[in-house]
Design a protein around this ligand. Structure first.
Ligand code: ADP
Ligand code: MG
Length: 374
């Protein structure tokens, strides 16, 4: 049993925050894992996390502390999940994508690009190179519908549960990744698809949850089974309260859906926390995974068979202190969850070829045959 890793990250003030409140901050650093949060209405609170990334921290620091150990474990067959949580504009997407996955500014590379680099550095230096396969799927959850970002015609992916594989996304596109460059191009295609959908539907990425799913299979010599691990990187929708946004009509509906799935996530976290605290007293807790698509997809991971890290992204402007407080409280609750991930094996799964994004040919991203798990 181990606890999940919970970190807080404070991005530098943005121009609007400076205009509103000058150079003042609502947090006061104590050390690398503790700080005070001062809210004008609610008072002063001390928070302790596994690590606090203050505004001068680098993307590389965040990756090294939170993601690298998980990525290494994924290569040995242990599931991993890294979630970015926080209000809109707090730095969730920046932490995952950096300035865009194809950006040439190395220092700004986010968790995604670093993860891909590390996966392939390991796989290609391994003597068993040919025995690894790394696949990528990408989905977005918007208004309680799961959209395949690698095939926009699949706009209502069903979530199913099977005995052998647990929770699966039915007929999701899985693209076999051949190298870092191809992987980043495919990621970028999915991210662009997200933006295309957003323009068509007139929505902003802060209203949907995005899940990047890497599946790593490792064939073992002399063994019919394969080690298989899932790595999920989750860029959540903004966690801000509806009232503050002054939303109406469709925007209000969206906000309610976001609140529904994030409050479902909050309830799951609370139930898991209670469950972790009461382990050993013989009482089984009901965990309400089925209350939203988000919690359903994350069920296997949050349920304990995944190394888990949560990045609480925050603004440090006094203008956002109450949202920051609510993000930090979510993180503090989640930090009590205990997990016991294990090495996963699979039999030879039935694969069906349906269309793969050809990685190297040209810019037009042609689909030529992806493997989809039935
Ligand atoms: P979110 O995804 O939480 O809505 P973003 O990641 O899009 O927020 O961040 C909002 C803005 O702040 C973006 O312009 C982003 O580039 C910038 N930003 C976020 N975090 C940082 C950081 N740690 N350092 C520098 N700029 C950041
Ligand atoms: Mg975002």
């Amino acid at each position: 049993m181990s606890k999940i890793t919970v970190c807080a990250r404070f991005r530098p003030l943005i121009a609007r925050e400076r205009q509103e409140r000058g150079d003042s901050f609502c947090i006061e650093r104590i050390d690398d894992d503790a700080f005070l949060l001062k809210d004008e209405k609610e008072g002063e609170f001390k928070f302790n996390f596994d690590k606090v990334f203050y505004q001068d921290s680098e993307q590389a620091d965040v990756y090294a502390f939170m993601a690298r150990p998980i990525v290494h474990d994924v290569l040995t067959g242990i599931n991993g999940i890294i979630i970015s949580y926080g209000q809109t504009g707090a730095g969730k997407t920046y932490s995952m994508e950096g300035m865009g996955v194809l950006s040439t500014v190395k220092s700004s590379e986010g968790i995604l690009a670093r993860t891909v680099a590390e996966l392939f550095a390991h796989v290609s230096s391994s003597k068993e190179y040919a025995d690894y396969s790394v696949k990528l799927s990408m989905v977005e959850i918007y208004m309680e519908k799961v959209r395949d970002l690698l095939d926009l015609s699949k706009d209502n992916i069903q979530i199913k549960e099977t005995k052998s594989q647990g929770i699966i996304l039915h007929q999701i596109t899985e693209i076999l990744l051949t190298d870092v460059e191809a992987a980043l191009r495919i990621l970028s295609t999915g991210i662009t698809n997200r933006a295309v959908g957003e323009t068509q539907m007139n929505l902003s990425s802060s209203r949907s949850h995005c899940i990047y799913l890497f599946s790593v299979l490792h064939e073992l010599t002399g063994d019919k089974r394969k080690k298989c691990a899932k790595l999920m990187l989750v860029d959540l929708a903004g966690s801000e309260k509806v009232e503050k946004t002054g939303a109406e009509g469709k925007v209000l509906e969206e906000a309610k859906m976001i609140n529904k799935s994030l409050s479902a996530l909050g309830n799951v976290v609370c139930a898991l926390t209670r469950s972790s605290k009461s382990k050993g007293d013989g009482k089984e807790n009901h965990i309400p995974y089925r209350n939203s698509k988000l919690t359903r997809i994350l069920q296997d991971s949050l349920g304990g068979n995944s190394r888990t890290a949560l990045l609480c992204c925050c603004s440090q402007s006094p203008a956002n202190a109450s949202e920051t407080l609510s993000t930090l409280r979510f993180g503090a609750r989640a930090s009590h969850i205990k997990v016991s991930p294990r090495v996963n094996f699979t039999g030879h799964r039935q694969m069906k070829t349906v269309g793969v994004l050809s990685p190297a040919k040209d810019e037009s991203s042609e689909y030529v045959g992806a493997e989809v798990v039935e």
